[in-house]
Design a protein around this ligand. Structure first.
Ligand code: 9MR
Length: 355
């Protein structure tokens, strides 16, 4: 009996560790609050962050990234995209993506796959290939099934699942389909092809469409809801909607919770996948205070809806944020500053969970 109990204890301790719940020794952040632990306490699956391969040599950064009570999930910001994984037709390169997947595994963190099909970071052999519809659908099929199949079961401790942004940014803000090589060549057929390929490659993976400007109600959200209904009626697998949530300080859309609920009412889950809240620099105490409120508002909305399953920051520190590179004069979008110190936004997240 004693032996059995001690075995059970070891098993429970192990399960706890790999689920990112255990109190594994980890470096302390400046606040004692740990975001993944709080999110789990509130019934979420995870609180996570994007990261990128070049950042992993920064030891003070990785000390926070590797803390599985702060971050229970990671997304590769670049290294699983098409240009990184199939730079020429049929030649798959997973080394950089594997670094991120292995890091998640080593840390006991969930993995989000990002992404199978996107008009950006797409190699020219796809964009300039002048493929027929049949050819391009076969290319999409091969890419998605090989990519999703490669990461099948890679991080499978708690939920036996990885989530995949199978389709990224396929719509314009007015709710029409983005005019890219996929739409121009196949119409909307590539959508079902990608989703079906992903499902066949990893039947346990949660399959998402991921986009920005669908956090509040509007034409784009409505168009995605209609697309979900169509896919469901055609038997095409779709499990979730990723709301990227790249916001501007003081300019959050109203009714985020209501919009999350409009999606979950269709039977899909929602994840906040790329959260950041940028400002025009320099940052001021007033801007930081508004940013704190904005982070709190987003977290409150997700926290209020059980099927909003988790939140991912689009990297946690201003040191590595994509914002200054994309929007001249803007930045300071993350909850940690360039010196890896927590900002008021960090407290906004904690308060948003009601912790
Ligand atoms: O964070 C990514 C950045 O390093 C790349 O230069 C950029 C290129 O398009 O993509 C960024 O990530 C994007 C994500 O893949 C999709 N949603 C918008 C993100 C920010 O641009």
């Amino acid at each position: 009996m004693k032996v059995l109990l001690s075995h059970l204890f070891i098993l429970a301790a192990f399960t706890n560790f790999v689920c990112g719940l255990a109190v594994a020794p980890s470096p302390q952040a400046s606040s004692s609050a740990q975001l993944h632990t709080i999110a789990k306490q509130k019934g979420k699956l995870y609180f996570g962050t994007a990261t990128d391969n070049p950042e992993l040599t920064d030891t003070p950064y990785t000390a926070i990234l590797d803390d599985n009570q702060m971050f229970g999930q990671i997304t590769a910001a670049n290294s699983m995209k098409w240009d990184a994984t199939e730079p020429s037709r049929g030649t798959f390169t997973f080394q950089a993506g594997d670094v991120i997947a292995n890091l998640a595994k080593a840390n006991g963190q969930l993995l989000r796959g990002h992404n199978c099909v996107w008009h950006n970071q797409l190699p020219s052999w796809v964009t300039a290939g002048q493929f027929s519809k049949t050819d391009l659908l076969s290319i999409v099929q091969t890419h998605c099934s090989t990519l999703v199949g490669h990461y099948k079961g890679q991080v499978s401790y708690c939920r036996s699942q990885v989530s995949w942004d199978v389709l990224n940014e396929i719509m314009n803000d007015d709710g029409t389909f983005a005019q890219d090589v996929f739409f121009d060549t196949t119409g909307t057929d590539y959508i079902a092809t990608a989703l079906r390929a992903a499902r066949a490659a990893d039947p346990n993976a949660r399959l998402y469409m991921n986009d920005f400007n669908i956090e509040g109600p509007g034409a784009k959200s409505t168009a995605y809801q209609n697309l979900i209904r169509t896919l469901q009626s055609e038997g095409v697998p779709i499990d979730g909607i990723g709301m990227q949530s790249h916001f501007i300080v003081g300019e959050l859309p109203p009714n985020i919770q209501q919009n999350i609920e409009a999606f979950t009412a269709l039977g899909v889950e929602v994840a906040i996948t790329e959260l950041d809240v940028r400002m025009t620099l320099p940052s001021t105490p007033a801007l930081l205070a508004q940013q704190q409120k904005d982070y709190q508002t987003v977290i409150e909305a997700c926290n209020a809806v059980p099927k909003c399953i988790g939140v991912t920051l689009w990297d946690f520190t201003d040191k590595f944020s994509w914002v200054p590179g994309a929007f001249a004069g803007q930045g300071a979008a993350c909850p940690w500053d360039e010196n890896l110190q927590q900002k008021p936004a960090f407290s906004g997240i904690v308060s948003g969970f009601g912790a």
